[in-house]
Design a protein around this ligand. Sequence first.
Ligand SMILES: [Ca+2]
Ligand SMILES: [Ca+2]
Length: 423
Amino acid sequence: MQQSTLVPVVFALTAAACSGQRPAVADSSMSQNGSAPAAACSALETRTAEAPSQKPALSGQTRACGVTSETAYAVTVLAKGLVHPWAVEPLPNGDLLVSERPGRLRIVSAAGVLGEPITGLPAVDARNQGGLLDVALSPTFATDNSIYWSFSERRTGGNATSVARGVLSADRRSVSAVRVIYQAMPVYAGDMHFGSRLAFGPDGMLYVTLGERSDTPMRPQAQQLASDMGKILRLKPDGSIPADNPFVDSVGASRAIWTRGHRNVQAAGFDANGRLWEVEHGTRGGDELNLVQKGKNYGWPLQAYGIEYSGAIPISSPAGVSATALAGMEQPVYYWDPVIAPSGMQWYTGDAFPAWKGNLFIGGLKDRLLVRLVLRDGRVTGEEHLLADRKQRVRDVRQGTDGFLYVVTDESNGELWKLSPKK
Ligand SMILES: [Ca+2]
Ligand SMILES: [Ca+2]
C-alpha cells in the first residue's frame, strides 16, 4: 500500500519572498527581525478580489506577503482509496485514525497498511456535506483508549451535528461504551454546514465547532443564543456544561455556547500558548482566521467580508445589509478573498521541521493545496501554498508524535500523505 514520492527541494532566498528596498530574506528571518514586511513585499494572492471595494479594517488582514519554505520535505502517500476522508488523528504509537465521511473509521498503520472499518459506530446522515466528521483522542487516551467523534446525526424532522465518545478496543477493531454526549440543536432538514472540528484545550474542555446550516432562513441563528447553530461550544469531556461558560446564566441560551457569529467552522486548534484559533468557511471572498475568545461575537451574518455565492452584493443578513466592521463584533485576524475553502488546521510545534515551528497549516479544498501561514505578534506576515501540484482537496492536516505532518484529501479516491524532512 505504501508508495513514496519525493518532491523537489524548494529554497527561498529569492526575490519572490520579499521585494522592494528590503533585502531578500526567507520568512524565518522576516518573522524575527522586528521589521514589518507587509508594506514592502509581493502578496501571494494576485487574483481579482470578489469584493474589490471592501477594505480591510486592519493592516495586513488579507493578502499577506508570499513566502517560500526554506526546508526540504518528502511526501509519502501512506494510503489511497479512502472515500472522502474527513479527519486524520495521529495515535501515540505512530498509527493514524482516519474518518471517512460516509461513516467509516479506520486505522492506517505508520507503515501505510489500511485497516478494516472499526465496528460499533452509530449511523451517520451522509448526504452532501454530512456524515462522519472529526475525530479526536481523549486527553486520557493513554490510560482509557477513549476517542471522540462528531457526525451528522439523523433525528426526527431532519438532522444536526452530534458528538459521541467511545472506547477503542485493545485490538483496535471496534469501539464500545459508545455514548452520544451532545446533540446540537435545533434539528433542521438540510445537508450543509454541519461544521465541525473537535479540540481539547489545556483546560481539559472539549471545544466543538459548528456551522449555521447555510440556508438563508437559518442564518440568523448564528447570532441567537437559543441555538447551537453557527457557534463554538465548550463541553466537559462527559458532555455536561462547564459552570464558567459565558452564557450559563442567560435565560433561554444554550449553555454550551463559547462564541457565536460563525458561518461554518471546519478547522480549529490550540497554539503553543494555549490559545484557540479557528478558520471558517466565509462568503465568496470572506474565509476567515479568528482567535477564539470567551463569549465574543464573530459577526456572521451581520458582519462579513465578501459577497453571496450567487454573486449578490451585499450579503443578505437579517438586517437587510451586511457590513465589514460593526461595533461589538470581532474582526478576523486574517481573511481570504478569493477563498481557500478551509478545512483542518495545525499549529506546528514539532522538531522535525525547525523552520516551520510556530507556523499555522490549513487545508484548502477549493484550490487543492495546503496553506502555510507565518504569524508574528498575532498577525499574519507571510503565506505560502504547498502541495498544489497534487491537485487534491486538502481536508485535514495534523502533526504526528514524530513531528511529521499528516494530510488527508477529500476525494472519492482520497489519500493520506506524510510530510517528512527530505533526507
Ligand atoms: Ca481531529
Ligand atoms: Ca467573522
